[in-house]
Every structure is written in C-alpha cells, then in structure tokens.
Design a protein around this ligand. Sequence first.
Ligand SMILES: Nc1ncnc2c1ncn2[C@@H]1O[C@H](COP(=O)(O)OP(=O)(O)O)[C@@H](O)[C@H]1O
Ligand SMILES: [Mg+2]
Length: 229
Amino acid sequence: MTNLYECSDLNFAYKLEKQKVKALQGVDLSVQSGEQLLIIGPSGSGKSTLLNLLGLIEPLQKGEIIFQGQSFSRLSEKERNAIRRFKIGFIFQSFLLFEVLTAAENVEYFLSRQGLSRSERKKRVADALEAVGIGDQAHKRPPEMSGGQRQRVAIARALAKHPAVIIADEPTASLDQKTSRDILDVLKSLRTQGVSVIMSSHDPLAESYASRIVHIMDGQLQSGKGGVL
Ligand SMILES: Nc1ncnc2c1ncn2[C@@H]1O[C@H](COP(=O)(O)OP(=O)(O)O)[C@@H](O)[C@H]1O
Ligand SMILES: [Mg+2]
C-alpha cells in the first residue's frame, strides 16, 4: 500500500458574523491507498468539514494535506482543478444529480472535460453504471428513480472518473436501512476493484463495511478502533 493522504494538524473554523465556530482541531490522519476508511461521529462533529478539505472543496486554513505526494497548500488553481477533475470522486448525501439529465448523461457530464474520446466516455459510463448495478437504468432521469438508484448514479459518476479515491459524505443518510445496506455493499465492492474509499457516517451500520474506522468528536479524531474487513 502507498500513502494516499497524509494530513497533519488540520484546523478549520467557520466565521459566523463575529463568532468563530471551530469545526476541526488538530486533526492528524493518514490514509493508505486501497483502504476503505470510515469516519464516524455524531452530527456536527466535523465529518463534512474534514471530507471537504480532503476533497478540495474547502480551502486549508491551518495544517497540511499531502495527497499522493502533492502538498495541497502549494497547488495552483490549475492543479487544484485537475485533482478535483481526475483524482477525486465526491459523493454527497443529497446525491446532487441533474434532474433533467438521464443517469447516463449525469455520469458522462463530469467526463466531458477530461479529454477522453467519445467512445471511451461511453464505455466508462456503461461500465460505471454496470458496476453499481443499474446498467439497465441508463435512460432514466433522477425523478423517475428511487433514492437508492439515485445514489448509485452518484457513485457511478464518481467512479467513471477512475479516481484515486472516492469520498462519500454520509452516502446513506437519506436512505432506509435496506437501501443503505445495498449502497454500502456497492461501495464495498469498489474496494475489491482497488478503489480507495473514505466515507463518513453517523450510523453504526456502516462499521461492518470499513477496513478501518476513526471516530470524530467535537472536531477531534479519537484514537482508532480497528475495522472488520
Ligand atoms: N457553513 C457553516 N457555517 C457555520 N458553521 C458551520 C458551517 N458548516 C458547519 N458548521 C459547524 O461546524 C461544525 C462541524 O460541522 P460539520 O463538519 O458539518 O459536521 P458533521 O458533518 O459531522 O455534521 C458544527 O458545529 C457545525 O455547526
Ligand atoms: Mg455532515
């Protein structure tokens, strides 16, 4: 295994008028490639903030993230966009799909600026939809799909990039138990294909799907318990 992320002393605060809300305090975290890491903690503990930093969605305030040997604090805008576009697949709790596009078009949309040929794009879209078990739903639009199917489209969209890592922020939070298990199974299956996954949850159900678990509380990581895979 090689080092995917090396995070040291991450601190992050949101500014609310004159107040500062501390969301992360002194977070150190290493992630190896191939891991399926679960970050578990209650609502408001800092999970989204941490994942947003890892996914280059929020800028670093204090501390450092080294991603595949590259320092996030030293990236140009161009390098930052390239990492977002090629290396990191982000999955949001609320799916964030385009309602007017079909499943296949949603997946293809983010490939459009990757410089791939049309046939390579089509192949990646078909393979990604197949990998998440909805190869036969490619023509459907999100309003015609269930929550679980929509989340599968979102996973396929991330997967089609062939990213170094998939970051999933509470991917099952708006799903029922059965559908949550199905989605966690899909994410787990990615691991056998060598895709690294970093996922957050407040649901203990997710624990049995991780190769390693770290707990977060009040913006601080608690020393780790092992995963079960
Ligand atoms: N945009 C924001 N503005 C102000 N405070 C925020 C914002 N987003 C999150 N917070 C606060 O930062 C802390 C961590 O939030 P968050 O990372 O969203 O936690 P989680 O994802 O674990 O629920 C919480 O106290 C939350 O209220
Ligand atoms: Mg959150």
